[in-house]
Design a binder for this molecule. Structure first.
Ligand SMILES: Cc1ncc(COP(=O)(O)O)c(C=O)c1O
Length: 387
């Protein structure tokens, strides 16, 4: 059993972006990595590689591709051949490569807002238009939920070269239903739009929820889809920058590889080693325990906010370790992110970076110990009380 209540000191013992960005008296609850130790089998594999003593150039070999393919089969009964697996230097690079291939100044990238801030950068990286399909927001007591606005989606998809799907969704924590995925895919195929499905959070499942990759739904959908998966969020190895594009269609795959080769994006050797162990199944016991702990953290936030901050609204995420809190009814003047940074010494993620619908909201990273989570919420509650 792993004790997730114990987290190491990251502020003084690492170059962590999350812990080094803000002054020492600020509790960081922003960048999406977790404060938990990486599981032991991964650390052992990395120790072994370092102890070997030579850290020259390496490349993704057949056993690693077989491991990724086997994981898709084990988790989803999705039959992927090893040659369909391409290593990428992280998912953000992987999706930008896809946009270079599929978008033009006339056919942009469609995203569902509010959405992961890096999705908003694709247009700037590539010089293409961004098309937004904002969700419809529902409020039930202090719980908020989001639904696809199909009219807008259908209108925007006509102008897109690529649909960038975030499933599970960051920052909303949604796992899209089979019905929703089928409808999105149908509209993409009808309009000849490439589907790029960022599934980086797909193994961070709360409440024992289930997940299905978009490309698993049918051979026809797979033919039009690039699936991006990674062990980085799940096993807390984001700093090693290793992810995978899974592309079943040969032509699409060759075009993607060509674009990737132009950019000379090579994954570091330690990333390849960590991914091999992470996806081998050796850490699955750890993952199950961690998802249970994260579910407890999610419940803790919902209960805490409901009891002590009744004017605050929030999502109940089905996946990820990201909460989405709405302060529009609280009387905070201006950005809640700035408010809590100044008055609570808590650094969350600014809602606006996820799209204009995020104004008045923050994203809160709960991938930490219950104690630090409680401390952060307590500091926020006191700051709110002072208004
Ligand atoms: C949806 C999503 N995609 C990609 C990333 C980052 O991926 P990488 O670090 O592999 O580029 C994140 C990190 O927060 C994310 O939430």
């Amino acid at each position: 059993m792993t004790n997730f209540n114990i987290v190491p000191d990251r502020r003084n013992a690492s170059n962590s972006i999350k812990w080094a960005w803000y002054p020492k008296d600020v509790l960081p609850m922003w960048v999406a990595d977790m404060d938990f130790l990486t599981p032991k089998p991964i650390l052992s594999a990395l120790h072994k590689a370092v102890d070997h003593g030579v850290l020259g150039y390496e490349m993704p070999m057949q056993p690693l591709k077989e491991t990724v393919a086997a994981r898709m089969d084990n988790l989803y009964s999705w039959k992927v051949k090893p040659e369909m697996v391409i290593a990428v230097t992280g998912i953000v690079s992987g999706l930008s490569v896809a946009a270079r291939m599929a978008c033009t100044p006339k056919r942009g990238v469609l995203v569902q807002t509010p959405v992961y801030n890096e999705f908003h950068e694709v247009k700037n990286n590539i010089g293409i238009p961004q098309l937004n399909a904002p969700f419809i927001k529902h409020v039930n007591g202090n719980i908020i939920s989001y639904e696809i606005d199909w009219d807008i989606f259908e209108k925007q998809i006509k102008k897109a070269g690529m649909f960038l799907l975030c499933n599970p969704h960051n920052p909303l924590g949604i796992i899209f239903s089979r019905k929703e995925l089928l409808k999105m895919a149908e509209l993409c195929i009808k309009n000849n739009v490439l589907i790029v499905s960022d599934e980086i959070h797909s193994e961070l499942l709360l409440d024992n929820n289930k997940f299905t990759p978009m490309a698993k739904l049918s051979a026809e959908i797979a033919k039009h889809t690039i699936t991006l998966v990674s062990p980085s969020k799940t096993f807390n190895i984001a700093g090693l920058f290793c992810g995978f594009a899974i592309i079943t269609d040969k032509d699409l795959r060759e075009r993607y590889e060509k674009e990737l080769n132009h950019l000379r994006l090579h994954v570091g050797s330690l990333g390849l080693i960590a991914a091999q162990t992470a996806f081998s199944g050796k850490c699955d016991g750890w993952l199950k325990e961690m998802n249970r702990y994260l579910t407890g953290n999610r419940d803790f936030i919902v209960d805490y906010v409901t009891e002590y901050m009744p004017d605050v609204r929030l999502t109940v995420p089905d996946a990820t370790y990201l909460g989405w809190l709405d302060f529009t009814q609280t009387g905070i003047d201006g950005s809640p992110f700035e408010f809590f940074l100044k008055n609570a010494k808590v650094a969350a993620s600014e809602g606006k970076i996820f799209g204009k619908e995020g104004e008045g909201h923050i994203r809160l990273n709960f991938g930490t110990s219950r104690k630090l989570l409680e401390q952060g919420l307590e500091q926020m509650r006191k700051a709110l009380k002072s208004i």
